[in-house]
Design a protein around this ligand. Structure first.
Ligand SMILES: [Zn+2]
Length: 298
C-alpha cells in the first residue's frame, strides 16, 4: 500500500492545553514562554459560556471540537453519552478526513483512553497516553514531564505532525490538593518551562525556516482560591487563550475569543475551509488590525 497522506506544505499547528490556570495570577508569575507567544500574537480572556459547566471534560471537548456542549454532548468529567462521533476533535478529523498527520499526548484518562466515556481524542494519527502513577501533584508533575519529553521527540522526529495537542495536568491537580497558593504558582511556572521546551523543539526543526507555525496555548477553566471549580464565579469561569502564527499580528483580537474558536482557528491555520455540515460554532481568531466591517449600506 502506498502512502496516501496529503503533502505536508509549510503550515503546522501546536496546541498546548494547560489545565486550570488562573488568568488573574499570570501577571505575577514568571512565564517567559507564554509571554513569547502573547508578544507575537495575543493573550486574551475567555469566558466559559453559561451552558457549559466549568469542568475539564466539557471545556476541553469544546476547545478541540469547535462546537458547544449542545452538540458534542460532554457535560461533565464522565464523557458518556457524547456525540464526538459526529463532532470529532481536530486531530481525529484532520487524520480521517484530510489525511493529515496528527498527534495528541497527555495523561488524563478520558481524553486519551476508552475510560470514563472517553476518549476525547478518538483517532489522531499518533496518540501517546502517559498517565500518572497516582493522583497526586507530584505524580502529575512526573507525568507532564514525560508527556513533554514525548512531544519534543515527536515534534522533532520523522512523524512531522501537522497538528498536535499536548495536555499538561499538574497545575489543576495542584490546585485541587493544595489550593491556589505557592505550590500552585510554582506549578504554573513549571508548566511554562515545559511550554518553552516545546517551542524550542519546534524552532530546532531542520525545516523550520520554511515552515509556518501557529502556536495556541489554552486553559479550560479557573479555580477558587481554596482550589476547585464547577461553579459560575468569575474565578472559575475565566479561562484564556494565547496564540501566534500566520495571519495573527501582535495585539488583542478584534472579536472576543471563545473556546469554540480554537478548533476553528486550527483549521484556518492549516488552510482548510470547514465543511458547512460540520456546523462549527467557532470562528478563527480575528487579528488585532482586521478592519472592522462597515454596516451594510454605510
Ligand atoms: Zn480540575
Amino acid at each position: 500500500m502506498s502512502s496516501s497522506l496529503w503533502p505536508a506544505g509549510p503550515r503546522r499547528v501546536l496546541v498546548v492545553g494547560i489545565d486550570g490556570v488562573r488568568l488573574d495570577l499570570l501577571g505575577q508569575l514568571a512565564t517567559p514562554a507564554l509571554d513569547q507567544v502573547a508578544a507575537a500574537g495575543f493573550l486574551a480572556p475567555v469566558e466559559v459560556d453559561e451552558a457549559t459547566p466549568t469542568m475539564s471534560g466539557p471545556c476541553w471537548a469544546t476547545i478541540v471540537t469547535g462546537v458547544t456542549v449542545a452538540k458534542h454532548g460532554v457535560f461533565g468529567n464522565h464523557l458518556g453519552g457524547n456525540r464526538l462521533d459526529v463532532f470529532p476533535d481536530f486531530t481525529t478529523r484532520l487524520a480521517r478526513t484530510h489525511r493529515r498527520r496528527t498527534f495528541a499526548v497527555g495523561g488524563w484518562d478520558p481524553l486519551f483512553l476508552a475510560r470514563e466515556g472517553g476518549p476525547l481524542f478518538a483517532a489522531p494519527g499518533r496518540l501517546a497516553y502517559i498517565g500518572p502513577l497516582e493522583d497526586t501533584p507530584e505524580a502529575w508533575e512526573v507525568c507532564d514531564e514525560r508527556a513533554t519529553a514525548e512531544a519534543v521527540t515527536v515534534l522533532t522526529g520523522d512523524d512531522d505532525p501537522q497538528a498536535s495537542f499536548v495536555y499538561l495536568g499538574a497545575v489543576d491537580e495542584t490546585a485541587h490538593f493544595l489550593g491556589c497558593g505557592e505550590e500552585y504558582r510554582r506549578s504554573i511556572e513549571t508548566a511554562d518551562a515545559r511550554l518553552g521546551r516545546l517551542l524550542a523543539a519546534v524552532r530546532s526543526r531542520p525545516g523550520y525556516a520554511e515552515e509556518e507555525w501557529t502556536v495556541i496555548v489554552v486553559t479550560d477553566h479557573g479555580h477558587l482560591d481554596q482550589g476547585g471549580h464547577g461553579g459560575r464565579s468569575t474565578l472559575e469561569r475565566t479561562a484564556w487563550v494565547a496564540a501566534c502564527g500566520p495571519g495573527l499580528v501582535p495585539g488583542a483580537p478584534v472579536q472576543p475569543v471563545r473556546h469554540v474558536d480554537v478548533a476553528a482557528h486550527v483549521y484556518q491555520a492549516l488552510e482548510i475551509v470547514p465543511d458547512p455540515h460540520w456546523t462549527l460554532d467557532g470562528r478563527p481568531f480575528t487579528p488585532a488590525t482586521a478592519p472592522v466591517p462597515h454596516p451594510a449600506g454605510a
